[in-house]
Design a protein. Structure first.
Length: 156
């Protein structure tokens, strides 16, 4: 599983600018944030796979085989749909097949997300993109139910 997250974080290197902050995330029952040296292990593997530096501000939560990761960045995009398209274009520049992926709007709790799925290293990841006041959150779920996102809130 560590290899999968390293590949996923490496993929994010190609699409996301600098880190920003401005959200709260209440984790679903059974999930816990990975921190410290354990998280650094995932990020170090991502840096090695991508051959580039990755923000250590990414967050990863696990519950058995289920995972939830959050990467926050600044964006010039006006909305989640545009930001999701920009991410997919960034992925497509490095990996064939992403050019045909289209994001779909879903509302979870009070937040509008643009959702898209793809397979990487034999597992399916579903990503949810949302934008608020120049900040973008990209949340990735693997084997976790979509309602895990109900604990996400932008700070006012």
């Amino acid at each position: 599983m560590k290899r999968f997250f390293a590949l996923l974080f490496a993929l994010l290197l190609f699409a996301l600018p600098a880190f920003a902050e401005g959200y709260e995330m209440t984790l679903p029952e059974g999930f816990s944030w990975i921190e410290g040296e354990e998280l650094e292990g995932y990020l170090a593997a991502a840096r090695a796979d991508a051959g580039a530096e990755f923000s250590d501000q990414a967050r990863l939560a696990l519950n058995g085989e289920m995972s939830l990761s959050v990467v926050l960045s600044t964006t010039d995009q006006p909305d989640g749909a545009s930001a999701a398209k920009e991410i997919l274009d960034g992925y497509a520049a490095h990996i064939a097949g992403f050019e045909s992926v289209e994001p779909e709007k879903v509302t979870i709790g009070e937040t509008d997300f643009w959702r898209f799925s793809f397979a990487i290293d034999g597992q399916t990841a579903t990503q949810y993109c949302t934008v608020h006041e120049g900040e973008m959150a990209l949340i990735t779920l693997i084997s976790a139910p979509e309602d895990a996102l109900s604990g996400f809130r932008w700070n006012a």
